[in-house]
Design a protein around this ligand. Sequence first.
Ligand code: SF4
Ligand code: FES
Length: 235
Amino acid sequence: MTEKQITLTIDQQSVTVPEGTTLLEAAHQIGKEIPIICYSDKTTANGLCRLCVVDVNNGRVLQPACVATCSADAHVQTRNERVERSRRTILEMLNASVNLTEAPEIQAYIKDYGVDAQRFPEATQREHPLYDDNPFYVRDYSQCVTCWRCVQVCGEDAQYTFALTLDGRGFDTAVSTLFNVGMTESPCVFCGQCLDVCPTGALKPKIEWGLEQGLSADEIRQATRKPKKHIQSQE
Ligand code: SF4
Ligand code: FES
């Protein structure tokens, strides 16, 4: 059966797409880039970060382009004053609470949207211990934006291992193993897909981390042969 096609306008440009196409996909079709954090081409869109919001028909609420689908004759603006303000606020909140120094794409957005680093002076940075509990990679959730990509590829989007989940609530929400066990005690098979999709420095190959710490290749090799439980425990 032929897919039903619909036509809409994105930034004054007409675009025809199959019904069910997301606004993000339609925008890409005409070469428009929309900033994303929680979505990647390897994970199912989950609509968590809201950075991809766009203006549809000057509606009361902005729509997340990664999950909202196109409607016929809609007029979409991917970047206007309202959209910019919303994206800037999200980035300012993230910047105030997460260490983003190793997140190049987010840093580029921060520059592009003119983020004010002093917008939330009372905000507290999220701090987590560094997890060095396996021979392959370290986890630093102080750099985690809770985008959920790693949880998704570990689960139904790729590996079906389900070693990762979200733990805690609100500000304290963080990625964790199930029951907070060390990675070698979890179902993790060290496929590395979580590192591949992480948009920040929260997940890092142990070799890279060791070299950054000034360890010699021998020291890193020894550490990888004899993994430590945790550098700091989660308690
Ligand atoms: S560890 Fe990385 S991929 Fe996982 S939720 Fe945090 S930022 Fe996202
Ligand atoms: S990229 Fe669309 S909500 Fe995060």
